[in-house]
Structure formats: C-alpha cells, structure tokens
Design a protein around this ligand. Structure first.
Ligand code: G4P
Length: 532
C-alpha cells in the first residue's frame, strides 16, 4: 500500500466526558466491534475512585492501567483506529489537554440524565480552541433522561457548538423503543422484553411508510414524524466540510452499556472522521503524507518497576514513517537517537514494531532524554507548537526533608516535571522551589513517587497563590517593566523553560497590577502570541 493510502486509512481520536458518563463502556464496545477484544469487561476503567485521594495503592494501580489503556488500536472495515485515552478525573485535566494535542478528532460522551457537566465544558472548550472535529454521543438512553431537544439546546448553549442530530431516539427510558438513524435512513429497534440488544435494523427511507406504525406503534411513530420534522426545520443539514472545520457537530443517541447505537456511531465515524491532519510547527505547516518522519512527545509514562528507571515516551507521528533502528534528530538536544524497540499499541497490548505511519502513536523507551513537547525529525530543525502549560490551581513550596538526599530530590523533581506531573517555578528572589498542580492529588503522588522511585523525601509548605501568569511585556527594556520587576520581585519566578511568571496572590492583586502596568500582558497559558 502506498504511504498516502496507509496514512489516509488512519483515524486517531480521543473520547472525552465527565466521569461516569460512559467513556470506558463506549470504548469497550468500540473494541468489541473491531474484534480487538472478545468480551465485555476487558477494558479496566482507569478512573480514580472518589475519595481515594490518599490511597497510594490506588494511584499505583491507576498508573499501571493507564499505560495499558493509553492507546487502544484496532482495525475496523480496513480502517486503522487509534483511541487515545483521556483521564476524566479533574485532577488529571492537564494530561487530557496534552493528549488532545495528539488527536485528529474527538467523541464527546454525555449522560442523557445529567446533560452537560463541568468537566465536559472545559474539555470541549479546548477542542473548540484547537478546531478539533467533534461528534457527540448522548448515552444511557435506556434510562429516564432529559428531553432530546432540551439536551440539544443545552449542548449548543453550554458547549457553544452548532449541532445536527444524525440519529434520533424513539422514546426514552422505560419507553425507549429504538433509534431512527438519519445518516443511514433506517430504524433500529431495541429488543422488546430484555432490552439488551438490537432487535433488527429496518430500512425505512420514507417516514410516512405505515410499516413504521407497525414497528413502534402509531403514537410513537407519529411523535417521531413530528420530531423529525422539527429536526429538519431547526437544525442545519449535515455537511462534512463544516464538521471537519469544527463548525458543525453531529449528534448520536444510544446506550453504550446495551450496545445500542454504537455500531451506527462507529460506521458514521469511519466515514466522516478526519485522517491525520497537518500540524503547525515553529517554522512551517507539516503535511502527514510528507516522506520524512516528524513527530512529537505528548505524554511520558514512568516505569512502574523502580528497578528500571526507564520511561515510555509517547510520540504522535505527524508525517512520514517512523522506522526501528533509524537515527532521528532530537531537536531540543540537537542529537541523533536510535530506537531499537519502539512499541506500537494494539487493543490492550503493546508490541515492538518495525514501521509506524503518520497518525499512529509509538512508545519509545527513554532514560531521561525526553520531556513533553519534544520534537523528533529526520534532521530538520523545527519544533511543534501547541503543548502549552496552563496556570496550575494549587501551589506549595517544596522542601528537602532529607539533606543527605538532595541530589536524588533534584533529579526526581526534574524528571517528574518532564513527565508533566506538575509544574515547577523557581522564585527569582531566593531560588526557592514552588510546585504548581491542577489537583490536590498530585502533591501526594509527587511525594510518594519521590520516595519510592528516587529515595528522596520532601515536605510542603503552604503558599498563597491565586494564579500563575506568564509575563509578556510590550517592551522588555521599558521603565514600566523595570518598575514592575522591582515592585513585584517577591512574586516573580521562572518556569522550567525559563519564562518569567508572576505568581499573583489574588484576583484583586492581578487586576491592580494589570491596571498599573497596562503595557505588560499576563497570560494564563505558557504559549501565547506575544504583544511585543
Ligand atoms: P466513565 O468511563 O465515563 O467514567 O464511565 P463508565 O463507562 O465507567 O460508566 C459509568 C457507569 O455508567 C457504569 O456503571 C456503567 O455501567 C454505566 N453505564 C454506561 N453506559 C450505560 C448505558 O448506556 N446505560 C446505563 N443504564 N448505564 C450505563 P457503574 O455501576 O458505575 O459501574 P459498573 O459497576 O457497572 O462497572
């Protein structure tokens, strides 16, 4: 098969949802359709159980599972599908944001009873900003939930999307009879008594066909006709170009647990979802079918076994092919590296492969060369953009609790930060180290891992910071900037990349500072279009 064809048949996507909406169940059903697993229950949920904040065994267990399910790949109708796992737990939101830099599209799962939840709003906002094509799957139709139109409204308003239903429920909860598939123009009925499977798929091109009445009853048939009339009047027709430009989002209804509506979703997905997309670097836009390999690290996973300190760096291949034992340029280190055992991922296992294509993910064993965002090429000097750090929510001083182990502590902190577990800020004034995290859970993870993997002990000290703001002066030589640096010296720090950060202790301070220094911009993310 030609390079272009191999790449064109790849679809790499992520499933995002608020915890409990059904992401794991849907993933599993997709794998079942792909024949990648034989029975339900094979994909372990990698969600952190509620209230398990200090259960280290739980954290370790999760880390083990999350390696296994980081990438789930399978073939369906000659399409190679790569599902990238995204943690739903809010404390790991930053992991999910980074994974979203490696997907070409997403499926958003929404619980029919709960509607749009907080975590979904945040994640969809990131997708919208990046113009990632989105398909929405409304799950748990076998339960009582919100009215379909109300839900569609809620999705448009809260998620700021323009939706068009490609399937529509016939009844809901106890009265759930099945789904009309607008994409394939047929009716899928939910099995009458046990409500466990699809009874059959019946082609009904013409909604006026009296067969519909026989199938679902006259009342339900009439309601469906009326509702579909509203659908055609109110919602735009599906248009693939608009979906690919992230201007239109198709919606499906179903029940992942009952395997209902999942095949329809998957069949439509492989028809419409994008193949690997071009990606912007700091010098140019790179096309997937370019001959030369390029890729970037979007995730690093530490080895679970403390005797083997190596890590697995997950690389998304942006262009060309990645080949085993071939030297590639690690652009940041300006050094060529060869990989003798690159891993590719298949359903639940990983295997060493000789060649992988744009769109695929390879796992590279790493002894500390990589950090998140690193770019690999065949020699071209360029870096991929778009893996920013967001301002953490929690901040603490980190102190060495065992003076004999300061080297180990240093190394441990360094490597954990490269993995993206948290962010490190070093205060300009006194060199003290501040750790910033998205969730409170990470502080415990860091302490535990420093001790168990590096033999170092740390303690934390409270620090009052509202937000970390990346400082962007219009003119770095101005009197205004010099004054800012003098007055706010106590609150200034450098991040890992050496960028200047203002640790504002309250929203009020930030507002006052902004007013006093109108020519300095403060950003809540580390990557921005500079004002200077
Ligand atoms: P998550 O990964 O998004 O966190 O959700 P997950 O798939 O683990 O699903 C959360 C719960 O919702 C699970 O129940 C799951 O069985 C249930 N669920 C998923 N899809 C459907 C559906 O279509 N209909 C109904 N009625 N339930 C659904 P649980 O009791 O929390 O877990 P478990 O003990 O069943 O694993």
């Amino acid at each position: 098969m030609s390079l272009k064809k191999e790449i064109q048949r790849r679809k790499t996507f992520g499933i995002i949802s608020h915890p409990d909406a059904g992401k794991t169940t849907l993933t599993e059903k997709l794998l079942l359709f792909g024949g990648a697993i034989q029975e339900a229950g094979a994909v372990k949920s990698n969600k952190i159980k509620k209230g398990a904040t200090s259960d280290f065994m739980e954290i370790e267990r999760q880390r083990g599972i999350s390696v296994a399910t980081s990438v789930l790949a399978f073939e369906y109708k000659d399409i190679k599908i790569n599902i990238l796992d995204t943690p739903g737990h809010k404390d790991f939101a930053e992991d999910t944001f980074r994974t979203l830099t490696a997907v070409d599209s997403v499926i958003v799962v929404i619980d029919v009873a709960k509607g749009v939840e907080a975590q979904t709003e945040k994640l969809v906002e990131v997708c919208r900003m990046r113009k990632i094509p989105i398909i929405v799957f409304i799950n748990k139709l076998d339960r009582e939930g919100k009215d379909a139109f109300d839900l569609l409204d809620e999705i448009e308003q809260k998620l700021n999307l323009t939706v068009t239903p490609l399937s529509f429920p016939i009844g809901m909860g106890y009265d759930f009879k099945g789904i009309y598939n607008l994409w394939e123009k047929n009716v899928n009925l939910f099995s009458g008594t046990k409500r466990k499977q699809i009874e059959e798929t019946i082609k009904i091109e013409d909604l006026q066909n009296p067969e519909l009445d026989d199938l679902v009853g006259s009342k339900a048939a009439e309601t469906l006709r009326e509702e579909l009339e509203i659908v055609t009047e109110v919602y735009p027709d599906f248009n693939r170009e608009e979906y690919l430009k992230a201007e239109l989002q198709p919606v499906f209804f179903g029940s992942a647990l009952n395997n209902f509506g999942v095949r329809e979703l998957l069949d439509c997905f492989i028809d419409i979802a994008p193949a690997p997309r071009p990606k912007e670097s700091d010098t140019r836009v790179v096309r997937p079918d370019e001959q030369d390999f390029t890729g970037f690290v979007f995730k690093i996973h530490a080895n679970m076994d403390p005797r083997h300190r190596d890590r697995l760096a997950f690389v998304k291949i942006v262009s060309g092919t990645f080949e085993r034992n071939t030297p590639y340029l690690h652009v940041r280190h300006n050094k060529k590296l060869k990989f003798s055992s690159p891993n590719a991922f298949f359903a639940e296992k990983k295997e060493i492969v000789d060649i992988s294509y744009a769109g695929d993910i390879v796992g590279l064993h790493d002894t500390g060369n990589f950090k998140i965002g690193d770019t690999l090429t065949e020699g071209e000097e360029m870096m991929y953009k778009g893996i920013p750090s967001f301002s953490p929510e929690h901040f603490k001083y980190i102190n060495n609790a065992d003076p004999m182990k300061s080297k180990q502590l240093e190394k441990g902190i360094d490597q954990l930060m490269d993995e993206g577990v948290a962010q490190l800020f070093i205060l300009e004034l006194n060199g003290r180290k501040v750790i910033g995290t998205v969730g409170a859970l990470q502080f415990e993870v860091i302490q535990y891992r420093l001790e168990h993997e590096y033999g170092a002990k740390c303690s934390y000290e409270a620090l009052n910071v509202h937000k970390a703001c990346w400082v962007d002066p219009k003119d770095s030589k101005s009197e205004e900037f010099a004054d800012f640096k003098r007055v706010k010296a106590k609150y200034l720090a450098k991040d890992k990349r050496g960028q200047l950060v203002f640790l504002a202790d309250s929203a009020f301070t930030l507002q006052m500072t902004q007013q006093k220094y109108p020519n300095i911009h403060f950003h809540f993310v580390s990557e921005f279009e500079s004002v200077s």
